[in-house]
Design a protein around this ligand. Structure first.
Ligand code: UFG
Length: 329
């Protein structure tokens, strides 16, 4: 089976390609290299550099490669940036999906696995979050992903394009081989920032608020290992191949860790001091986000196995030690 992986040079996409190839799939990567890295492009994959919004380019890839299914990661994905520049999110994410679906329809490709987000739920007190809760995104980023889900829904109704949308919670960790991992510029995510502090690249980490209504006052998130996350994408492909109906699933490990707990776990894993100071709240951060992943377990047969925080942080630490400057040599 040949799978088109959009955004295959990015953090999550590169892990998807590594696992797909290992399991015997053929892969075709499309990436515009805005946030992707050439060194993250798997040598055994076909690779095209270009933009998801460029219809001529996308069509030429489909015509040449005759793919059987698509896993769609290519998107802009920063909540804060999306508030400042919503049109960037509507262009790259929403219009990118428009071009992709038009091309899939034209070329008779009828299966898509989509990278969605917990940001579709918005700020809520409900714990854990289930897929049937009303979506109420609080950022253009979350809204763009929700609109993309709706576009796929209506393309299923009209053209029979089947989709699985996977709503990620906080993705962390890296491939245990240490060769691919998280490298965002600028970095905004908690685990890499903690580990850059452990490496001495940052003097300290700022904890964004300790006055939340949680036990230690810091925000609680549900962290899922990137390889567990990718397992769910392969199960989703298998589900669609078996004739499964279009659906939406949360992906988290259903356990919450506070920012302080994450820093402590990283101190334990790395043996480093990791200086931390309390800063102000970051706008838009909900106090607690924890997934119910029961539906993915029941319907897709997903069974995340790397749920120990020491494994998630340990694998990320191996990557950061191996490539302290990320993909720069
Ligand atoms: N945090 C800090 N200090 C930092 C960085 C982060 O205290 O230097 C805190 C944040 O305030 C938050 C937690 O660590 O409470 C996790 O922050 P991340 O930025 O790593 O992740 P988010 O929970 O903000 O974002 C994730 C995904 C987004 C997605 C969002 C859904 O990365 O793509 O969940 O709400 F949109």
């Amino acid at each position: 089976m040949k799978v088109l992986v959009t955004g295959g040079a990015g953090y999550i996409g590169s892990h998807a390609v590594a696992v797909l190839l290992q399991k015997g799939y053929e892969t075709v990567i499309i990436d515009n290299m805005m946030t992707g890295h050439l060194a993250a492009v798997h040598k055994d994959s076909v690779f095209y550099e270009g933009n998801i919004c460029d219809a001529e380019f996308i069509e030429s890839v489909f015509e040449k490669e005759k793919v059987d299914a698509v896993i769609h990661f290519a998107a802009s994905s920063l909540v804060g940036e999306s508030v400042k520049d919503p049109l960037k999110y509507f262009r790259n994410n929403v219009y990118g999906m428009q071009v992709l679906l038009e091309t899939m329809y034209k070329e008779n490709v009828e299966k898509i696995v989509f990278s969605s987000t917990a940001a579709t739920y918005g700020d809520t007190d409900i714990v854990p979050l289930t897929e049937n809760l009303p979506a109420n995104p609080e950022s253009p980023y979350g809204d763009s992903k929700l609109i993309m889900e709706k576009m796929m829904k209506w393309c299923d109704v009209a053209y029979g394009i089947k989709f699985v949308s996977l709503r990620y919670f906080n993705v962390g960790g890296a491939h245990p081989n240490g060769n691919i991992g998280e490298d965002h510029r600028p970095e905004t995510h908690l685990i890499p920032i903690i580990l850059q502090t452990a490496l001495g690249q940052r003097e300290q980490i700022s904890i964004f608020g300790d006055d939340y209504p949680t036990e230690d006052g810091t925000c609680i998130r549900d962290y899922v290992h990137v390889l567990d996350l990718i397992d769910a994408h392969l199960l989703a492909l298998a589900y669609l191949n078996k004739g499964g109906q279009s659906d939406i699933f949360n992906l988290g490990s259903s356990q919450g860790f506070s920012v302080k707990e994450m820093i402590d776990a990283a101190r334990h894993v790395t043996g480093k001091e990791i200086p931390a100071q309390i800063g102000t709240r970051r706008a838009g951060d909900p106090a607690v986000l924890i997934a119910s992943s029961s539906k993915a377990k029941e319907v897709l047969g997903w069974n995340p196995t790397r749920t120990d925080m020491k494994e998630i942080i340990g694998d990320a630490w191996r990557w950061h030690q191996h490539r302290p400057n990320g993909y720069d040599e």
